[in-house]
Design a protein around this ligand. Sequence first.
Ligand SMILES: [Zn+2]
Length: 293
Amino acid sequence: MVGDLVKAVVGDRGTVDVLMSSGVDPHLYQPTRSDLAKVLQADVIFYNGLHLEGRMDESFERAQAAGRAVCAVAEAIPEDRLLQDEDHPDAYDPHVWMDPVRWRSVLMVIREQCIKMDPNGELIYSENIKKYLQELNAVDAYAERVLLSVPKDARVLVTAHDAFGYFGERFGFEVVGLQGISTESEASVQDVNQLVDLLVRRKIPAIFVESTVPKKGIRALIEGAKAKGHEVQVGGSLFSDAMGDVGSWSGTYLGMVDHNATTVAKALGGQTPTGGWRSTRESTPSDPSKSSP
Ligand SMILES: [Zn+2]
């Protein structure tokens, strides 16, 4: 998600190398030897921060000591805009990209860093951001519209781990994760039982798997609810801590927001266009990408 935004800002003025690909869990990711070489050679390293990439912190520190520019984009967001990590009151929830409005401010952090290294590119960076912001604002408005079409009582999002706190704040959903903010500690039997009780009591119709988290926990919830006479569906797979495959629509940040909003709204009884935001966008006559050959 960080790489996608950096690419949008930098455009043709630089080369962006993304270390973590689709399906990778950043909480657990260990840098490879080739990653470390790239980190030490880069002009600037952008990462999320707030302890998301816990096992890479050391290599970023080493790069900084070696004179590389290192920029933790989410740590530049004012603290009063961050959510607390409930399990660790002295830490913040790192999953800021789940709220497109908060994530928008990261563009400016990237821009500042780029201008510092390449002052002549300032106009281009600003122009790139202007273009990207139009799309980002449009997908955010779409997500708000379809998620608000979910009946009020059904606005509960149950997922494998606590990645959706900012999503919940932005779009008015109650969010419950089986595992905590990080995927480092597994859910206990007690966690599963508590969440099963909630599913049964609130008659929650669908829960969601995440592309970066094993499905085991979600299956345990479905079986537990079934044993108590409540049928829960898998509402679909959401992209929480990684985007979809490179080259696919959900492999972009805009596509990820589109996919998540559409999947959640559809599974919980909201109104969604068949192909999500993308389909509505492609049918807009004023879309410049349509008129180009
Ligand atoms: Zn996470």
